[in-house]
Design a protein around this ligand. Sequence first.
Ligand code: HGY
Ligand code: MN
Ligand code: MN
Length: 413
Amino acid sequence: MTSLSIDSQRLFARIRQLGEIGRDEAGRLTRLAASDADKAGRDALAGWIKDAGLELAVDRLGNMFGIWRGADRSNLAPVMIGSHIDTVVDAGIYDGCFGVLAGLEVVETLAAADFVPSRPIVVAAFTNEEGVRYAPDMMGSLVYAGGLGVDEALASVDADGATLGAELARIGYAGQKEPGFLRPHAYIELHIEQGPILDREGIAIGAVENLQGISWRRVTIEGVANHAGTTPMAMRRDAGYAAAKVVAFLHDLAAGANAPTVATVGCMRFEPNAINVIPARAIFTIDLREPDEARLREAEAALELYLTQLAEQESVSIAVERLARFEPVTFDNKIVQLIEQAAHQRGLSAKRMTSGAGHDAQMMARLCPAAMIFVPSVDGISHNPREHTSPADLAAGANVLLDVVRRLAAEQE
Ligand code: HGY
Ligand code: MN
Ligand code: MN
């Protein structure tokens, strides 16, 4: 099974090329969903898909698919290799892009080797996986898997009031296909780990067997603006102070839990946001994650109780908007075993692990057997321009993907 290997130089060149698309004057990489930068990235991917001789299909949510028809039995359900090419702000070049480009590389390698799959192989790039511009994250695959209505997703509004639907039309990626038009036989996603485990333990391949639950909220705390110099501390209704207490509460809740619970406040703004005005309003986001659903619910309940008590103590009002809520997902054990076998047959170390990050695979697991392959992230850094994975680890991950896809695509049933 290991006779074939991908063309790593071609893969690395494309990762670098895509990684240059969407940089600002300071060199920061940002390709938010349905932005002009996203369009430029999509255009590059569409070009590579066509050059590879695949059929390009785009669905109504802008999800992109490169379809390689198999033998004459191409009406069999396809093997889908997916991920995303949208990024966070000031991003690295591997998150999502590695999986999509490695999938394309796998198809081109198989085609060049005259491998004739028993079923089509499809490379997918899902819209708005990051959820930075439009919530929730993994939106494209969530809609594709039937977890969110197409029209509801297209009506999502960004901070400037632009709907996703209008933006996809503006950049030319409001496709015709209905999301879900291809129901995969299996879904496999190659991705950088984005955490420290593989790098720290010197392990080449992560065979991802499950993915933790995610709970996103936006919180608005309403206090009263007042003069920073004349208002005694006891008379303040300080939305900024109350928000700071929530940040500290969440940190201590997660850090103090005898569990892998994590909590993040990634966005925060005050209004009127002036040096000498006590904040009237604080708007911020909460990202809570936990592999165990019962513990995630406990953390959500503890947060809710704390916010109720805090509103009372600080004489502020607190409104909470739920942005995303995904339960933990368990991947398909047969595919996880295939990943381990493929790694071992290539002499690569492998370990089973949980994904700390959200991925499109967690949505596609609602449609078909799904699993993920991880490669190490140097120092566990991601969502950061310092994100890096060594060429050897990138090639190893892509070759394991090649072997697993070959097996899945040869399945007759
Ligand atoms: O939020 C996540 O875990 C992913 O990067 N969208
Ligand atoms: Mn990703
Ligand atoms: Mn990401």
